[in-house]
Design a protein around this ligand. Structure first.
Ligand code: ADP
Length: 259
C-alpha cells in the first residue's frame, strides 16, 4: 500500500494533468457563459473528457444552459460530485450551491472557497475543466489565477468599443499573472435578418480582430448574433450539441482552443 506521502504526490500529479481553461470577459452580457457551455460541448465532441465549472457568482447560468436547472450536486466525504448533463459534460455551478432564487451575496473569501470546492470536486477521469468566470477583474478571477493556475484563458467580447476596452483589462490581468491568452472571440458579430437575410452589424464588427492584432494575441473567430443561438440556449439545448452550422462553428473554435 502506498504511504501517505506517496498518495499525496499521486493526488498532486493527478491534479496537474487536469488542464483548466478559463473563459472570461471584461463585462457581463457579452455571451461568455454561452461560449463556455458550447466550447465545453464541442471539446467533448472532439473526444476530450471535459467538465464545466460555473464560477459566475453574479449570474450562474450554466444549469439552465445545460438543462439541469434545480439539480443539486451531491457530496461524498465532503467532496462535491459534479452534476451529470445530457451532453457528456459534468458540471458544477455556484448556482447549485445556494437555494433557488436566493440572492447570492458572496463575499470574496466565501466565493473563493466555493470555487476551490468546485475545482477540487470529484471530476473522475475528466482531463479538461472549462471555467466560466464572472465578468470583470475581481476577487474570483484573482483567486482562480493564484490558486488554480489555469493553462490558458479565452476572452469573449462583443465588437463595441466599450466592451473591447473592458476585454483589454481582462487580458491585462491574465498577462500580468502569466496565464497564456488562448485567444479572443468576437461574439454577437453581425446579425443575419431571418426575413430578408440581409446582414447588419448592430454592435459593429471587426473590433476584436483589430484589438487582437494590436495586443499580439490570437483571434479565434466570430460568432454571429442569431436568434437560434439565443432560443436554443434558453431551451437548454446548446447549439454545439446539434448538427447545424453553429455546431460547426463551435467545433472550429474548440479545435483552436485544443491546439
Ligand atoms: P454573459 O455570460 O457574458 O453574461 P450570456 O452567455 O449569459 O452572457 O448571454 C447573454 C444573453 O445573450 C443570453 O440570453 C444569450 O442566450 C444571448 N446570446 C449570447 N450569445 C448570443 C449570440 N451569438 N446570438 C444570440 N444570442 C446570444
Amino acid at each position: 500500500l502506498p504511504g501517505v506521502e506517496e498518495v499525496r504526490v499521486l493526488m498532486t500529479s493527478e491534479r496537474r494533468t487536469r488542464r483548466l481553461i478559463a473563459v472570461a470577459s471584461g463585462k457581463g452580457g457579452v455571451g461568455k457563459s454561452t461560449v463556455a457551455a458550447n466550447l465545453a460541448i464541442a471539446l467533448q465532441r472532439r473526444g476530450r473528457r471535459v467538465g464545466l465549472v460555473d464560477a459566475d457568482i453574479y449570474g450562474p447560468s450554466q444549469p439552465r444552459l445545460l438543462g439541469v436547472e434545480g439539480v443539486k450536486p451531491q457530496a461524498r466525504d465532503k467532496v462535491l460530485l459534479p452534476v451529470q448533463t445530457r451532453f457528456g459534460v459534468p458540471m458544477l455551478s455556484m448556482g447549485g450551491l445556494v437555494a433557488e432564487g436566493q440572492a447570492i451575496a458572496w463575499r470574496g473569501p466565501m466565493a473563493g472557497g466555493a470555487l476551490g470546492q468546485m475545482v477540487d470536486a470529484d471530476w473522475g477521469e475528466t482531463d479538461l475543466l472549462v471555467l466560466d468566470l464572472p465578468p470583470g477583474t475581481g476577487d474570483v478571477q484573482l483567486t482562480m489565477i493564484q490558486k488554480h493556475k489555469p493553462a490558458g484563458a479565452v476572452i469573449v467580447s462583443t465588437p463595441q468599443d466599450l466592451a473591447l476596452i473592458d476585454a483589454t483589462r481582462a487580458i491585462d490581468l491574465f498577462n500580468k499573472a502569466g496565464v497564456p491568452i488562448i485567444g479572443l472571440i468576437e461574439n454577437m458579430s453581425g446579425y443575419v435578418c431571418p426575413h430578408c437575410e440581409g446582414v447588419s452589424n448592430p454592435f459593429g464588427t471587426g473590433g476584436a480582430q483589430d484589438i487582437s492584432a494590436k495586443l499580439g494575441i490570437p483571434f479565434l473567430g466570430r460568432i454571429p448574433l442569431e436568434m437560434a443561438i439565443r432560443s436554443a440556449s434558453d431551451a437548454g439545448e446548446p447549439p454545439a450539441a446539434g448538427n447545424g452550422p453553429q455546431a460547426e462553428l463551435f467545433a472550429g473554435l474548440a479545435g483552436q482552443v485544443d491546439d
